[in-house]
Design a protein around this ligand. Sequence first.
Ligand SMILES: Nc1ncnc2c1ncn2[C@@H]1O[C@H](COP(=O)(O)OP(=O)(O)O)[C@@H](O)[C@H]1O
Ligand SMILES: [Mg+2]
Length: 269
Amino acid sequence: MATTYDWTQRKIMVPEQEEIALSTTDLRVFYNGTKEAIHGVTMAFPKNEITALIGPSGSGKSTYLRALNRMNDTIDGARVTGEINYEGVNINDAKVNVFEVRKQIGMVFQRPNPFPKSIYENIAFIHRREGVKDKKKLDEIVETSLKQAALWDQVKDNLNKSALAMSGGQAQRLCIARALSVKPEIILMDEPASALDPISTMQIEETMMELKKNYTIIIVTHNMAQASRASDNTAFFYSGDLIEYDKTSTIFTQPSLKSTEDYVSGHFG
Ligand SMILES: Nc1ncnc2c1ncn2[C@@H]1O[C@H](COP(=O)(O)OP(=O)(O)O)[C@@H](O)[C@H]1O
Ligand SMILES: [Mg+2]
């Protein structure tokens, strides 16, 4: 994907042969009414690929990611302008139902946040609330989701145990299973492995590689090794701007800009 960044139009262009799952046009995020934290980001996310957002702390990665499924709506004083284009619709429009958006574009957070319920209920809960009553159907949703998150074999005999008793890595995979259970198209992950040990981190990365066959994944990471191992495309954010965006191999071996090179080689941030 030879992407070019057009500074005059602040536009990221992606060749037409790539199928795009989601894109933003001149996306800006303001906090407390006035402070602009994201300065007009235009970029597109190829379908069935993993795109990593990297950049130093405070560069706006989480803010941008949260905008993509309207999670900034939950923050008092936050305002998002510009377009978020998904399946031909600008989902940043106030008329769009945010709950539907979040079903299509799921999110996994930095700290695993299972509900204080059983492993089974962590997944079944949402579906029962949506009206699924058939026990066999619920069992099937739970099993399929846990299998997709590579957790089924470890927990299948303990589904009634509290999710709070799980290890951090297992709890995070339960949260991934929960996100997958509503059949999203896109999964947003904000540093999903930063609270985990190296083995759990590898397992999450392996799961992501498996999931991209069926999902589009956008992941924030401050871990350069993780971005270079696990992603197809990498976007470098700095101070609320998208600085450079390209294939991961290009960003890590021959980036166009000196600041990108300095960042990926560990010279700042
Ligand atoms: N809820 C918030 N209210 C006000 N400012 C915020 C909030 N969240 C983030 N910011 C500010 O927005 C900027 C980008 O932060 P963030 O998106 O968290 O960066 P990153 O994820 O890259 O570390 C920072 O200046 C941060 O202080
Ligand atoms: Mg962050």
